[in-house]
Design a protein around this ligand. Structure first.
Ligand SMILES: Cc1cc2nc3c(=O)[nH]c(=O)nc-3n(C[C@H](O)[C@H](O)[C@H](O)COP(=O)(O)OP(=O)(O)OC[C@H]3O[C@@H](n4cnc5c(N)ncnc54)[C@H](O)[C@@H]3O)c2cc1C
Length: 266
């Protein structure tokens, strides 16, 4: 499956929305999840195959250096009538594959992908919702806020680089929303957890969505399970990326990391 860029818009200085369209999206089967993601395939510079390709076929038939880089990105919005797919990319400097690829994308650029898949949607039966993350989780959190039941309480804590990196978030729910700003110090990694420690958690059944940088997510998960006694079934909690690691390096160790994280608080 593939989409062609039909629009680019900087939502903040570090977050770029690409709108994809075209006949390559025929048959796109959206899943019933607000954290739906696609598995994008970005070819290396000088790839010896066309812009539209089958990632599996390339892997099976070409040497490793020709394989596309794989990354996961959230479906911010899918409009089946207009056949438009919105994906928001964090452009975190010049490092990486997907961030720089998105920054260089122009109208007509092709994005090949597989999916979508996903597993979370705010539970309409929950008494309140906790949504926590960084810019990489912002598309899924924004999509989840769109889907909150009318009047439902959403407690939202987001970390970003400063006021100009905040986006306007709307919801039919009632939001207790706070943005936290990094200062460039190592303690930035504690901002989200520290802000959760300050919350007087509402009574009743919580449903949480906590995603972002691996070590930050691990600490928050521990806090919710141990300090508050929540159940794993009450939260969707997973590391999207890892500081100082490319996605390739992270995928090599992710399974062990998640096993250790789960063993810590089973
Ligand atoms: C299910 C799922 C959904 C996701 N949805 C989105 C999404 O909608 N939008 C989005 O932008 N990301 C999303 N991510 C995260 C994204 O896949 C990773 O951030 C990915 O590593 C980015 O690839 P890259 O090629 O730009 O950088 P890489 O080549 O993977 O990494 C290069 C360097 O950049 C660092 N880095 C990677 N990501 C970030 C970041 N977000 N901020 C700062 N530094 C970073 C790495 O630690 C490394 O040092 C999602 C991840 C998952 C698993």
């Amino acid at each position: 499956m593939y989409g062609r860029v039909v629009g680019t818009r900087w939502l903040t200085p570090g977050l770029l929305r690409l709108t994809l369209g075209g006949e390559g999206l025929d048959g796109f089967g959206m899943v019933d999840a607000t954290d739906a993601y696609i598995n994008v395939a970005i070819p290396p510079a000088g790839a010896e195959y066309g812009e539209i390709f089958d990632p599996r076929e390339v892997r099976d038939s070409r040497p490793r250096e020709q394989w596309p880089a794989r990354r996961r990105y959230t479906v911010r919005r899918w409009d089946p009538e207009l056949r438009l797919l919105e994906v928001d990319f964090v452009v975190h400097g010049v490092e990486g594959v997907a961030g720089p690829w998105a920054a260089a994308a122009r109208e007509g650029t092709v994005l090949v992908f597989e999916g979508p898949a996903g597993g979370y949607r705010p539970d309409p039966e929950a008494d309140w919702h906790l949504l926590v993350g960084d810019e990489s989780a912002l598309p899924a959190i924004a999509a989840s806020l769109d889907a909150l039941p009318e009047g439902a309480l959403g407690v939202v804590r987001l970390v970003c680089d400063g006021p100009e990196h905040e986006i306007d978030l709307r919801s039919p729910g009632r939001l207790d929303l706070r943005w936290l700003h990094r200062t460039g110090s190592p303690s930035d990694a504690d901002l989200l957890l520290d802000s959760l420690r300050e919350i007087a958690f509402p009574r009743g059944r919580m449903h949480a969505f906590v995603h972002g940088e691996a070590d930050e997510i691990r600490g928050i998960r521990r806090h919710l399970l141990i300090d508050h006694g929540y159940q794993r079934s009450e939260m969707s909690c997973s590391p999207y990326w890892r500081r100082h690691m490319t996605d390739e390096a992270w995928r090599e160790v992710k399974r062990d990391f998640v096993t250790a994280m789960e063993d810590e608080v089973a």
